[in-house]
Design a protein around this ligand. Structure first.
Ligand code: 8YV
Length: 318
């Protein structure tokens, strides 16, 4: 954190939970209202919203029109994350509120994408269960798959996608992608996700998407195009995928395996997935390392400190 300025007269609303060390630092510098933790956050906000000049959320708990209506003096909202899908960007721009993110997590998200890919190919979680259950000896674990040299498709080649691709180069993968923007990269661009899926052994979902409730971009036909030997990794958002179609494809063996860090109704995970051996599940931990969480927290604090010192936001996106 670049300075230690305190602003006890500035009242901030927490619209999403924060790591304890971020919360401590926010409390040290500002007056904090943890409205997200109230039984009825909007009712709580209605009581104090007129005094609030700053808000703090995260990628899964963004700034909505309703929040904005209840905070007429809001100047800035600092998100601890990069996802914008839960924030209403049009309403934020209309109001001229500054929105900041923490663009320091791309390496970690890409690392987890590769970890999930390897876990699927080499059956890491299943092998661990196998050993712990004392099955090594009497039984044999079925053979895994070789990630090195696979045809890897990336849906989304933004700041996360490009880091996944760089790591896959180390695995000698044949890399292809779809993205609304034509990127200046030595990878094959495909016009749509279905064509990409047909040409891929493993498909990584790295795209930013619309808000929850928008039609999913990945559904049954993509899973069928990947096929019974195909692999799917999602480190983006659960609602970009038709989750029941994914569960069916995995359960029926129409899709080989999946590595999933995100789900439609987090923290709920479809029960059927829990019984399957061909899926690796992590609880939305793509940016959850000590190093990155510290850097993200510092980014949140520094944006707010800079703004309320009159020096502007450091990493604004709106
Ligand atoms: C965070 C994310 O864990 O940046 C994002 O959008 O999804 C994750 O890095 C999320 O903000 C929840 O804290």
């Amino acid at each position: 954190m670049t300075d230690a300025t305190r602003f006890p007269d500035v009242e901030l609303a927490l619209i999403g939970g924060q790591q304890p060390f971020v919360l401590d630092e926010l409390k040290r510098r500002f007056t904090i209202h943890s409205i997200y933790a109230e039984p009825d956050p909007f009712a709580a906000l209605a009581k104090i919203g007129h005094r609030i000049r700053g808000a703090v959320g995260h990628g899964m708990a963004g700034l909505t029109r309703r929040h904005l209506e209840l905070m007429p003096k809001l100047e800035i909202c600092a998100l601890n994350g990069v996802g914008l899908e839960t924030s209403d960007l049009a309403a934020i721009r209309e109001r001229g509120v500054v929105l900041t993110t923490t663009p320091v997590l791309f390496d970690d998200v890409a690392d987890l994408a590769i970890a999930l890919a390897l876990a699927c190919c080499r059956q890491i979680a299943r092998a661990d269960r196998f050993v712990r259950a004392g099955r090594w000896g009497p039984e044999r674990l079925p053979l895994g798959r070789k990630l090195t040299g696979m045809r890897a498709g990336l849906i989304g080649l933004g700041r996360i996608g490009i880091e996944v691709a760089r790591r896959l180069e180390g695995f000698k993968a044949k890399i292809a992608y779809v993205d609304p923007v034509r990127r200046d990269v030595p990878y094959q661009a495909y016009p749509d996700a279905l064509t990409l899926a047909r040409e891929s052994d493993i498909l990584f979902l790295c795209a930013a998407g619309g808000p929850k409730g928008s039609p999913p971009m990945i559904g049954r036909e993509i899973f069928d195009a990947l096929g019974p030997r195909g692999l799917f990794v999602n480190i983006a958002r659960g609602w970009l995928v038709d989750e029941p179609a994914l569960v069916d494809a995995l359960a029926q063996g129409r899709l080989g395996a999946a590595g999933l860090d995100v789900f439609f109704g987090e923290p709920k995970v479809p029960t059927k997935l829990l019984e399957l051996d061909n899926v690796v599940l992590t609880p939305h931990i793509a940016s959850s390392t000590e190093e990155t969480m510290r850097a993200m927290g510092a980014c949140v604090i520094d944006n707010l400190a800079s703004w309320f010192s009159g020096r502007g936001a450091l990493t604004p996106v709106a």
